[in-house]
Design a protein around this ligand. Structure first.
Ligand code: SAM
Length: 290
């Protein structure tokens, strides 16, 4: 029997008198096949350390602990800490940290792995209300996570993994794909959670690239340009650039020149530009940076 077996989950929740907090995105998985698929997708073995965000009552943690060298799990809800001590008592390779992952000093924590030289993967069923902040926090932490295998709303997974010229493509696709490859591994129906969320979910697998997808001389400006190109999705790139940089004759000239240098038509929409094209564009626009 596993923690995630529906009856076991129910018994744990009853025994501890636990009530879900919607505000913390608490939807617990009760399907052991899906959990097995998650750890298979993450290709975890005894030579991998894992960071988990939001262990809940330990459904996924148990599957990770059975396969990984060590698991460090960050849980914000104090009420879950004694429950996790109970449900995961048989494992000596799990550390639960009662902190908000967005505020946690991850660099210091990961030094506490018994073998800190092993590759570190992130495996989690994320709280949906802060999926994007958590992902960006982890990616930008500069910790060399080799892989993320994480559950999120299907719609967000589609946006992150989207290709140019699709409706889902936007600045989030660029922010993640700059650092990592991103693919939807499989879809998870809402019926396998207690309580069931309102939307379907997906497991997204992201693998860190050896180096960012393109070389840019000013990363912050590159991401800024990517953002402003999608400011008004229906407007042309030219109109969005003008709204951002100004409409004076001087700016018009600079923009025209920059687009010419980058080899990009002003009449296309931001969603048509690939990441290498955004890189060219941001390099060419650098003289306009305020
Ligand atoms: N892993 C469990 C499972 O699959 O059944 C629970 C997943 S549930 C979707 C998300 C978990 O994240 C909850 O346990 C919630 O309390 C926790 N959580 C929410 N916000 C958090 C934060 N900022 N830092 C750490 N944990 C958080």
């Amino acid at each position: 029997m596993h923690i995630a077996d529906y009856r076991v989950t129910k018994a744990i929740l009853d025994r501890h008198g636990f009530s879900f907090k919607k505000s913390l995105g608490q939807n617990f998985l009760t399907d052991t096949n899906i959990l097995q698929k998650i750890v298979d997708t993450a290709e975890i073995d005894r030579n991998v350390n894992v960071i988990e965000i939001g262990p809940g009552i330990g459904a996924l943690t148990e599957f990770i602990a059975e396969n990984a060298a060590e698991v460090m799990a960050f849980e914000i809800d104090d009420r879950l800490i004694p429950i996790l001590a109970d449900t995961l008592r048989d494992f000596d390779n799990v550390t639960v940290i009662n902190e908000d992952v967005l505020k946690a000093d991850l660099q210091t924590h990961i030094r506490k792995f018994k073998n800190p030289d092993l590759p570190i993967k992130v495996v989690a069923n994320l709280p949906y209300y802060i999926t994007t902040p958590i992902l960006m926090h982890l990616i930008e932490s500069k910790i060399p996570f080799t892989e993320f295998v994480v559950m999120m709303q299907k719609e967000v997974a589609d946006r992150i993994s989207a290709a140019p010229n699709t409706k889902a493509y936007g600045s989030l696709s660029i922010a993640v794909q700059y650092y990592m490859t991103a693919q939807v591994a499989f879809i998870v129906p809402k019926t396998v959670f207690v309580p069931a969320p309102n939307v379907d979910s997906a497991i997204l697998k992201m693998t860190r690239r050896d180096a960012p997808m393109v070389e840019v001389s000013d990363e912050d400006f590159f991401f800024k340009v990517a953002k402003l190109a999608f400011l008004h999705r229906r407007k042309t790139l030219w109109n969005n650039l003008q709204s951002a940089f100004g409409k004076t004759e001087e700016v018009r000239e600079q923009l025209t020149q920059a687009l010419e240098v980058a080899g990009i038509s002003p009449q296309i929409r931001g969603e048509a530009l690939s990441i290498p094209e955004f890189a060219k564009l941001s390099e060419a626009l650098l003289p306009l940076k305020k």
